[in-house]
Design a protein around this ligand. Sequence first.
Ligand code: 5AD
Length: 427
Amino acid sequence: MKEKFYLILAQNSAQMLLINKLLKKEGIQTDLVPAPPESGTVCAVAIKVNGDYLEKSKSLITKNKIEIINIYEDKKMKLQGLIDKKLGLSVTKTFLNILKKIENGENFLEEEIIYLLSTKNKKEIDGIYAAADKIRKETVGNVIEIRGAIEFSNYCRKKCKYCGINSQNKIKRYRMNEKEIMEVVKYLDKIGMRTIILQSGEDYGWGIRRLTELVKNIKEKTRMRITLSVGEKSFKDYKNLKKAGADNFLLKIETTNRKLFELIHPDGNFDLRLKCSKWLKELGYINGSGNIIGIPDQTIQDIANDILYFKEMGINMIGIGPFIPARGTPFENIPHGDVNLTLRTIAVTRIVCKKVYIPSTTALASLDKHAQVQALKAGANTIMLISTPEKYKSDYKIYNNKNMIDIDAAIYASEKTGIQLPAYLKV
Ligand code: 5AD
């Protein structure tokens, strides 16, 4: 097998999916990945194939009368300047080797990721954060992506033990209607927001028809990209939502350790969660995932495997947050996850996954108000503004003492880090 990979770009998403199917049917291994920035914004995804199969893929595509717009080499990212002469004196050989791998854009082994997550050597820790910061700058630029999140319902059918809005918890429930949601959507559009996130519990009251209509309506009235975060659905439902205009989907794996997953999700099914993520990718969604740091019994090895999973699945948005106890849940007395380990996980995820979106999560900011800034210096590049209307937002209590991140928090973070706010935002 060649080490080289290529990205094939067609006219639109529908054709990309067609090509993907076609090549897969012929036994060619493909991967849907975010399109390279130099390709413009015509199509959000590209198809990645191994160099050995490039010619065969090209001829299959043209034989099927699909036009190829462009082909890019998927270049390994090379970095320079991580290692200076003096460094060798204060860090281990293992660490130096890992830094060399980072500089050469090579892939990492599980034990190397574990090393990066657990080293206590101050110089090494500084080196990890510096590398992550550099890679963030090189891959996604010196801009904080801003997204507006509307938490439109806190009804949920699930029993996730950590989550404050799980169906067993006696909390005040709310469900926004179309008119209320559209008001926020129009406001976010007006201030120049490019992507909105619609998040809710798994709410029967917002069935697939209703949700599909909402997505269509938003697409008709605005030009924003739509990210859905509404949980597990059938392949058909995901397909209809995509057709209606949804662009991205956030469905966190939470943990890739099957036993842990089952422990924290008494009515969950690990295989189904995996399957949902694969369906989303197959359907051409830009796929979001993530994990929780500090689940009882979680080990560093578990976290390393989460990171490898994000990499292997080609996950594009990776939300990493500390566990925070939520009142009234089975986990209410379990201590919160470690802020430093969460920051380290963000940094290592940036180093391993490179060109991805990593939010500086609300959960981090909820534990420590400086952590949002620290995360942006450790490889994160996105801030989610909580754009749920005032009268509802305190009821979206997935955990205690949620920090209501607003535009002022984003401005503050930008000033503190020197990472710019996007020019398109009119604030
Ligand atoms: N602590 C941390 N994260 C939580 N989430 C839900 N409950 C908690 C909690 N108690 C996260 C999950 C979910 C996202 C919407 O919120 O990762 O995917």
